[in-house]
Structure formats: structure tokens, C-alpha cells
Ligand binder design. Structure first.
Ligand code: RM4
Ligand code: NI
Length: 301
């Protein structure tokens, strides 16, 4: 077996920064942001600049950040703030896998993909011009949600985990919606790609072609496929299959519909092909999956 390369010393680890091991969320409000050495993280960091300005050095590039800027620092990217002038910010550390963000219907929002995966990927190429910039009123709203989230996670009164997740969800939706009203040319480009990604999430039950998705994104098929792969980690067609199988799994678990009906419900036109795709994605046939996980499915088929 090949050993993975050792972790760099300046990589912040989840267990050291998430104060509650039962919650995949952590808020730090830095007011002011003190000097902090160059570092990367083993988790995502959502940053909301609350006050002041600074130079943000990230992935070998430098951008000016100021109050109202919102961006995600993806895992393993090195970053640091320099020349801080009254800089205050909120860091919301989150573990998207543990939060099951893959299942949230926020994925139907183009701005979600733009903010959480496209902008980080295009940041350098776009020279940070596609970042989200909140107008004052929305910054106040976001700040309010962050403070509430921070209070819940500090006080840990019964119900705090649900409240914390709920507040983070609200914040994520609010910011994703706000992204759709950002005016730069670059962010419009990202929203178009986000629209193509969101189209899969909402229309998986229908026939979807690569031509159609590429047209939505205003990119050539080749370019769209490359961008998609980079942001989502799968090709568009593989992702479509993945989404369809995940939805099918939900129906297998929670309903008594027949496997053939579920295949059609989820956009498969042939149930043998469905079985093959499902086995690749879920490592079990639909029948095996239902037997193991179903609530009522085993009774009816
Ligand atoms: C630091 C700085 C970093 C962040 C840590 C958790 O003060 O803001 O970017 O990763 O906090
Ligand atoms: Ni950081």
C-alpha cells in the first residue's frame, strides 16, 4: 500500500477546531482578526467580512477584502490575512459531508453552486471579481444569524444541535439567494453554470442531455464538462446518474413502490439499466438495498 503524504504542520485539523465533537459546525467571530500564520484546513471555512479591510493571500494570490465580502476557503488551500485595517470577520467552519449537504434542496439554487463550489474554483482566474458582496442590510441579516448560531453553540441548551443546523441552513440559503443578485459579469457566468448544475437536481426525473446542460451554462460541451468535473468531482452524466440513484434509494427506503416504478420515477427508462447504475452507486442491488434499509418496502415488493 502506498502511504498518503504526511499532513503539513500548518494544516488546522477538525478535532482541534470543532469544539463540540457531536456538531460538524463551529463559529469563530474574530473582532478584530488577530495576526495568524499561513495555514490550510481539513474542513471548509465560510468567511464573512464584517468590518475593515485586509489583503487576503490565498493559494499564492492576493486579493483585497472588505466588509460585506463573503467567500468559502476550501480544504487544503493555504491562506492568510495581511495589512489588516480594522478587520473583523466571522469564520463558520463546517464539514459538508457530516452535515449531509448533498441531500439539501439548497442544491436547486444556482447561487449555492456559485458560492460554495464555482467561485472557489474560479477565484484566481476571475481575480476575486465573482465573490459575493453583501449590501449593508443583508450583511446585518447574515451577521444576526451568525451571532445566533454562535450563541446556540456556546450555550448548548437542549435542542442546540437542531437550532445550530437550522441556523446554518438559513444562512446558507440566504447567502446563496443573495449571490443571484450580484451584478458582476463574472458572477453571471458562474450563475449560468450553477443553473445547469441545479437543473439536474430539480429535473432528474426527466430526460436531460449534455447539450441541454452546456447550453444553459453558455459554454461548449467540452468546457462545461471540464468545469463540472472540477467543481463537483464527477462528469455531468455520472452526476446525473448519481442523483437519480440517491433519489431512488430514498424511495426504496421510504415507500412501497415497485422497483420498476421507482426506476421510471427517477428518470431511468429501463429497469435493468437502473439496477446496474444503482449497484455501482450504492454497492447493492435495489432489492438488497430495500431489504436492508426499507421501512415498509419488504412487504410490498
Ligand atoms: C483564524 C483565522 C483563520 C481560521 C482560524 C480558525 O483566526 O481567521 O483563517 O482558519 O481562525
Ligand atoms: Ni483559515
Amino acid at each position: 500500500m502506498v502511504k498518503p503524504p504526511p499532513e503539513p504542520d500548518n494544516k488546522l485539523q477538525k478535532q482541534d477546531f470543532f469544539e463540540d465533537p457531536t456538531l460538524p459546525l463551529q463559529v469563530y467571530i474574530r473582532d478584530p482578526q488577530p495576526e495568524f500564520p499561513v495555514h490550510s484546513h481539513g474542513f471548509d471555512e465560510l468567511v464573512i467580512i464584517l468590518k475593515g479591510t485586509a489583503r487576503h493571500v490565498i493559494d499564492g494570490q492576493e486579493f483585497l477584502v472588505r466588509a460585506g465580502d463573503v467567500f468559502v476557503v476550501s480544504p487544503n488551500l493555504e491562506h492568510q490575512y495581511r495589512e489588516m485595517h480594522g478587520l473583523a470577520l466571522a469564520n463558520i467552519l463546517f464539514d459538508s459531508a457530516a452535515l449531509a449537504m448533498e441531500q439539501w434542496d439548497i442544491r436547486a439554487l444556482p447561487g449555492f453552486h456559485a458560492l460554495f463550489s464555482l467561485e472557489p474554483t474560479f477565484r484566481t482566474q476571475h481575480n476575486f471579481r465573482s465573490r459575493l458582496q453583501l449590501p449593508e442590510q443583508k450583511l446585518d441579516k447574515a451577521n444576526g444569524l451568525v451571532r445566533e448560531l454562535s450563541r446556540e453553540t456556546e450555550q448548548r441548551n437542549p435542542g442546540y444541535r437542531v437550532m445550530a443546523r437550522g441556523l446554518f441552513m438559513q444562512l446558507a440559503v440566504m447567502l446563496s439567494r443573495a449571490y443571484s443578485t450580484t451584478p458582476t459579469e463574472e458572477s453571471i457566468g458562474l450563475l449560468r453554470i450553477g443553473d445547469a448544475i441545479a437543473h439536474i437536481e430539480t429535473n432528474f426525473a426527466e430526460k436531460i442531455t449534455l447539450d441541454e446542460l452546456a447550453a444553459k451554462s453558455h459554454l461548449s460541451k467540452r468546457h462545461f464538462t471540464r468545469v463540472f468535473q472540477e467543481c463537483i468531482g464527477r462528469s455531468p452524466i455520472d452526476h446525473l446518474k448519481h442523483v437519480r440513484c440517491k433519489k431512488a434509494a430514498e424511495l426504496l427506503r421510504g415507500t412501497g413502490r415497485t422497483i420498476t416504478d421507482i426506476a421510471f420515477d427517477c428518470g431511468f427508462s429501463d429497469s435493468n439499466y437502473f439496477t446496474r447504475c444503482f449497484r455501482q452507486t450504492m454497492s447493492a442491488t435495489p432489492r438488497q438495498y430495500r431489504e436492508k434499509n426499507g421501512d415498509i418496502g419488504t412487504i410490498q415488493g
